[in-house]
Design a protein around this ligand. Structure first.
Ligand SMILES: Cc1ncc(COP(=O)(O)O)c(C=O)c1O
Length: 430
């Protein structure tokens, strides 16, 4: 695809990053199932290792199939580049890696996927990093949490599991004022529903495991850089602005300008952390991105109908879907996700914990799995699974209390989904 006209999302999701294979003319992007690439000669090898020439060395760093996916996701998000990783969790570590150092902290939303809460509250401490959890709806608390050691703010666009919407523009303004990047996990919204970079985010992370792949086949992650942050504006980000000792003193920002963060992610991050996406996974995700907009439209359409139906059902206490006019996040959702509030939300069943467990057991079309963003409808009781490691207070803050179930609404016939919920709710509340 040429760099000529600005194409629409539906065109870019199929074509961005891809071109007929130069060796064979293959129209579909081949799976380059290779570990290494033959150098033309010793000078070529040296130029590649010195980052003086861009090319392929070894698939822990770069691979042609993965590169197509990187360019495609970067384009869909409106970024300058992206680095794909082995999972969404890997992408979160990779996103923080160039920014953090022992003693530094990240200000993090309390409304996050439970695994991320544990990663941020426990695991990153092993690196000497820490996280300060705040209710990101309280902008004063976000500002107050930022200190001289803060190196980023982190939130989810549509938070898992409650489907709550973050005020990305307001958080970006706070991040700008503090001179730190805002990182937005856009997994649950996808770039079709939400454009964090246009709203002021510096970096976007994804679990490509979810909607971007869309069919529950492979795990993967991605970090997208807007290319807009001035890493040299302060001395906060020496890995990018000062000589990087892990790459023979190269000054990434001075050398690569807006592509500095991305080059660092590959040349240092993937090289030394090795959280690489494999070409098979990239292939499945490329296949998924081709239908992203169509799937997201149907996901949203079904989620809206089901959330409305549940809200009016006497067996239900409440529904958290931001696409419902009754939701406190409805107005914000229309601004942050103008094409719909996604397809992920929770609902509380009358009868609490026991009724939730019975509901999950009685469903026939919905699958009881620890995943979201599949074409299939999925359900889980977050408090006893994905958010199990959290304290009761953390569970409540994340919207994953014991009395609610989380659904990821698929793209099946919505009448079949409603009938399935109806029969299972009968059993759960009998
Ligand atoms: C919003 C969100 N971010 C990140 C992750 C982690 O992604 P992965 O499972 O691909 O590591 C998940 C997983 O459920 C998630 O829901």
């Amino acid at each position: 695809m040429s760099d000529g006209p600005t194409y629409g999302f539906d065109t870019l999701q199929i074509h961005a990053g891809a071109r007929p294979d130069p060796a064979t003319g293959a129209r579909q992007t081949p799976i380059y199932q290779t570990t290494a690439y033959v150098f033309r000669d010793a000078d070529h090898a040296a130029a590649l290792f010195n980052l003086q020439e861009v090319g392929y060395i070894y698939s822990r760093l770069t691979n042609p199939t993965v590169s197509v996916l990187q360019e495609r996701i970067a384009t869909l998000e409106g970024g300058v580049g992206a680095v794909c990783c082995s999972s969404g969790h890997a992408a979160q570590i990779m996103a923080l890696f160039p920014l953090m150092a022992p003693g530094r902290n990240v200000v993090v939303s309390t409304r996050l996927y439970g695994g991320t809460v544990t990663q941020m509250s426990q695991t990153i401490k092993r690196f000497g990093w820490s996280a300060k959890f705040v209710d990101t709806d309280d902008l004063g608390a976000v500002e107050a949490a930022i200190d001289a050691d803060t190196r980023a703010i982190f939130c989810e666009s549509i938070a898992n599991p409650g489907g709550y919407i973050s005020d990305i523009r307001a958080l970006a303004d706070i991040a700008d004022k503090a001179g730190v990047p805002l990182i937005v996990d856009n997994t649950s919204a996808t770039p079709y529903l939400c454009r964090p970079i246009e709203l002021g985010a510096t970096l976007v992370v994804h679990s490509t495991t979810k909607y971007l792949t869309g069919n529950g086949t492979v795990t993967g992650g991605c970090v997208v850089d807007s290319g807009k942050f001035d890493w040299s504006a302060s001395d906060k980000f020496p890995s990018l602005s000062a000589p990087e000792p892990a790459y023979h003193g190269l000054k990434f920002h001075e050398t690569f300008g807006p592509l500095a963060y991305m080059f660092h992610g590959i040349a240092v991050g993937l090289r030394d952390l090795g959280m690489t996406m494999n070409p098979q996974a990239a292939h499945y995700t490329l296949m998924g991105t081709e239908t992203l907009s169509l799937r997201m439209q149907r996901h949203v359409e079904n989620a809206e109908k089901i959330a409305n139906w549940l809200e009016n059902d006497p067996r239900i206490e409440y529904v958290t879907y931001a696409g419902l006019e009754s939701s406190p996040y409805y107005e914000r959702g229309r601004k942050v996700c103008p094409k719909g509030a996604g397809a992920l939300f929770t609902f509380a069943v009358k009868g609490g914990y026991d009724a939730c467990v019975k509901l999950v057991n009685a469903l026939e079309i919905f699958s009881h799995v620890a995943n979201l963003g599949d074409t299939r409808s999925l359900i889980i009781h977050s408090a006893s699974t994905t958010h199990r490691q959290l304290t009761p207070a953390q569970q409540e803050a994340a919207g994953a209390g014991p009395g609610v179930v989380r659904v990821s609404i698929g793209i099946e016939d919505v009448n079949d989904l409603i009938a399935d919920l109806d029969q299972a709710l009968n059993k759960a509340t009998a």
